[in-house]
Design a protein around this ligand. Structure first.
Ligand SMILES: Nc1ncnc2c1ncn2[C@@H]1O[C@H](COP(=O)(O)OP(=O)(O)OP(=O)(O)O)[C@@H](O)[C@H]1O
Length: 312
């Protein structure tokens, strides 16, 4: 067994004339938790479906758990789990019946079932609800049960497509606790998420946009990749201030976070230029801090830059 869980080379998929994913190169090591982020329609689900053997590639190659996605589908299926956005729980089965159903489906040996079921129910805080029908669970509980079902056969690699979408913060925290426990046991996790605080918890993050992977690194390195200074500015008219700064410095330099402006300046000279722009527009700066970029800052900066490059 080598150290690489997923190896992707030039992978792409078209739908009609459109490339949903194009030229994807990626490597995920065993024991990593890799996060895929990107706006709606970026190609995250298509990537998951290509890697899990649900969709055939239009170009490129990939290996998953050491087997090629073309030709190794059966070997891959027995070594992975895929929790899609529409993961199939059976509403008229109870929590424990759902788990048992997936244990049957994956042919989990009888002697392993009970301890594995108990462990997963315990992990997900679902033990008190084991007799409840799945349709009567809250959204967060349903997602945790889905995860428990996906883990029943101890997969080597777990693929999760936006698993915590719409889930309350407490259940999200539970969900991530389970993921970390699985990681400790050596499971490799490939997860797409719309929540950037979740992406922060990944060992590496890939940023997808319009079918392409535009950035891929550790959260720390991605943040260091933003050049210059990031300033947080407080003004009484944040929108007007944004307009003024955008027209002089370019749109990938300024974004609004709540009521505050985040401004990327290449150096102190440019920061001073920004202050002058606001002064000339009669906008007073009520507060200014130099801050460390969050992944959200990185995300907005890189997407805007990518859009500008595409239209240049
Ligand atoms: N079966 C399909 N037929 C036609 N177009 C498709 C199909 N599946 C995906 N697409 C298109 O491919 C592009 C990428 O979609 P994909 O679902 O992979 O994006 P995503 O990043 O997962 O977004 P979301 O989070 O909204 O699902 C989109 O433009 C989408 O409309």
């Amino acid at each position: 067994m080598n150290d690489i869980a997923i190896q992707v080379s030039g992978l792409g998929r078209t739908f009609g004339e459109m490339w949903a994913v194009r030229g994807l190169d990626l490597e995920v090591r065993r024991g990593e938790i890799f996060g895929l982020v990107g706006p709606d329609g970026a190609g995250k689900t298509t990537t998951m479906r290509l890697l899990t053997g649900i969709l055939a590639a239009s170009e490129g190659t990939a290996t998953v758990a050491g087997y090629p996605i073309k030709g190794g589908e059966e070997q891959i299926k027995s070594r992975i789990s895929y929790m899609s956005q529409r993961f199939g729980l059976y509403g008229d089965l109870t929590v424990e019946e759902n788990l048992r159903f997936y244990a049957d489906l994956y042919e989990v040996p009888r002697r392993e079932r009970e301890p594995q079921e108990e462990r997963l129910l315990g992990f997900s805080n679902l033990t008190p609800f084991s007799k409840r029908l799945a349709r009567d669970l809250s959204g967060g509980m349903k997602q945790k049960l889905g995860l428990a079902c996906a883990l029943i056969h101890k997969p080597e690699i777990l693929f999760l497509d936006e698993p915590t979408n719409g889930v309350d913060p407490v259940s999200r925290r539970d969900f991530w606790r389970i993921l970390y426990a699985m990681l400790k046991e050596g499971v490799t996790i490939f997860v797409s998420t719309a929540y950037l605080d979740e992406a922060e918890r990944c060992t590496r993050v890939g940023l997808m946009h319009q079918g392409r992977l535009i950035q891929c690194d550790t959260p720390q390195k991605l943040k260091e990749g933003i050049p210059g200074l990031l300033l947080e500015l407080e003004t009484a008219q944040p929108r007007v201030a944004r307009e003024a700064l955008t027209s002089r410095l370019g749109s990938n330099r300024v974004s609004l976070f709540g009521g505050k402006l985040h401004l990327y300046a290449a150096d102190e000279g440019e920061a001073e230029q920004a202050r002058t722009v606001l002064h000339e527009a009669n906008i007073s700066i009520l507060g200014e801090n130099t801050i460390t970029p969050s992944l959200e800052d990185v995300f907005i900066y890189q997407l805007t830059r990518n859009n500008e490059e595409a239209t240049a």
